[in-house]
Design a protein around this ligand. Structure first.
Ligand SMILES: *Cc1c(COP(=O)(O)O)cnc(C)c1O
Length: 392
């Protein structure tokens, strides 16, 4: 950045997405950072091989390519530091392993990404870490679930598949009062719409595979930490030997520059599609915190600056066969996991609960609205509704 551009704090979020992480001292005069393929780094003499004497020492420990994206994410998340992980899930496991030790207790919201639950009940359980799942709509009442050994509270707001909002500031206040850390999965909102660390969280995780990369062609995770936990995160990430290939970092960095306009458009298109769906007799309920009818709307409005293109619909009393026929009949919505790319997607949602029950009155479908014209997406949904007609 040129000298008159150093104070980005007064600039708006779209400007920061363009400017951040582009220090010419690091990346040269090029608009995009160089893609450095490196394992070995050479030193001019033996003295320079001492730890810390030279900025770059080994490919796994950082390159100008990884530094560029880490700096950008730290700025966007208002974090002390960021590490890059080879997938969103590895960012989740790294965060948990950085904070928790044998004998510790973890509180995990009941609506988080299913593989995150799986880490807790398998790997963490094996290491002697206990997990209690809790109702994600609990706010400060979470204090009643805290035990002397509770070291962390893990939340995702809105939650995967069911989209309940969690009151992160209330959870953070209760957790910090008892000496526990708050870990958040911020994949849905991204730091463009929500900065968890500004609302009391200690760690913000993003599956950069989703909106950051934005083109369904990269696996990457980001783990941004505040000063209370940054050293532990950096050490654990280093010990686990995690790093991301430079081509994938490059693509994520490239995606970052257009993430704002993609999200702005996908939010609007998703709301257009959601408003149309809300009027349909087949739809019992919408799961979308930016819709005024949603029970989490007040928290969403208070904390977040926008909504992404991912939401759910509960089908009114539909059978599994009818749900399948509807999904099979879609043309523009692809059937596929993951989301955050430019294309629209649909999946049947398999909801797994242990602390709460999920009885919505029908099967749930998750939709990801991409960059197609909303009118075309609505026409696609309409033709599939018409095609299944009066199927039982
Ligand atoms: C996809 C996803 C992840 C995992 O990301 P991967 O890159 O697929 O490993 C984690 N959390 C949430 C909320 C996700 O949607």
């Amino acid at each position: 950045m040129s000298s008159h551009d150093e104070d980005g704090s007064k600039q708006g979020p779209a400007t920061r997405l363009v400017r951040t992480g582009r220090d010419p001292a690091l990346t040269g005069p090029f608009v995009n950072p160089p893609v450095v393929h490196a394992s070995t780094v050479l030193f001019p003499n033996v003295d320079m091989m001492a730890p810390g004497a030279q900025k770059y020492a080994y490919g796994r420990r950082g390159t100008p390519t990884s530094d560029g994206l880490e700096t950008a994410i730290s700025e966007l998340e208002n974090a002390e530091g960021t590490v890059l992980c080879p997938s969103g899930l590895s960012a989740v496991s790294t965060a948990l392993l950085a904070i928790l030790s044998a004998g510790d207790h973890l509180l995990m919201a009941d609506n988080v990404y299913e593989p995150a639950r799986h880490i807790a009940v398998t790997t963490l359980a094996r290491l002697g870490i206990r997990t209690t799942f809790f109702d994600p709509t609990l706010g400060s009442e979470i204090a009643s679930l805290m035990e002397p050994e509770t070291k962390a509270v893990y939340v995702e707001s809105p939650g995967s598949l069911t989209f309940e909002m969690t009151d992160i500031p209330a959870i953070a206040a209760a957790a910090h009062a008892r000496g526990a850390y708050v870990l958040t999965d911020n994949t849905w909102a991204t730091p463009y719409f929500f900065k968890p660390l500004d609302h009391g969280a200690d760690i913000s995780i993003q599956a950069g595979t989703k909106y950051l990369s934005g083109h369904s062609d990269v696996m990457i995770g980001t783990l941004a930490a505040n000063d209370a936990v940054w050293k532990a995160v950096k050490n654990t990430h280093g010990n686990l030997g995690l790093c991301v290939g430079p081509d994938d970092i490059y693509l994520a960095n490239r995606g970052l520059r257009t993430m704002g306009i993609r999200l702005d458009r996908q939010m609007q298109s998703a709301l257009t599609v959601a408003r149309w769906l809300e009027q349909r007799p087949e739809v019992k309920r919408l799961l979308h915190p930016a819709m005024p009818s949603d029970p989490g709307h007040a928290i969403w409005k208070r904390d977040m600056k926008g909504a992404s293109g991912l939401f759910g619909i509960v089908m009114d009393g539909w059978s599994e066969d009818k749900t399948k026929a509807f999904l099979n009949g879609l043309g523009l919505f692809g059937l596929g996991y993951s989301w955050g790319g430019f294309e629209s997607l649909a999946i049947p949602a398999k909801i797994h609960r242990t602390a709460t029950s999920w009885e919505a009155g029908g099967p749930t479908i998750r939709l990801h609205v991409g960059l197609e014209e909303p009118a075309d997406l609505i026409a696609d949904l309409e033709q599939s509704f018409a095609r299944i007609g009066n199927l039982a």
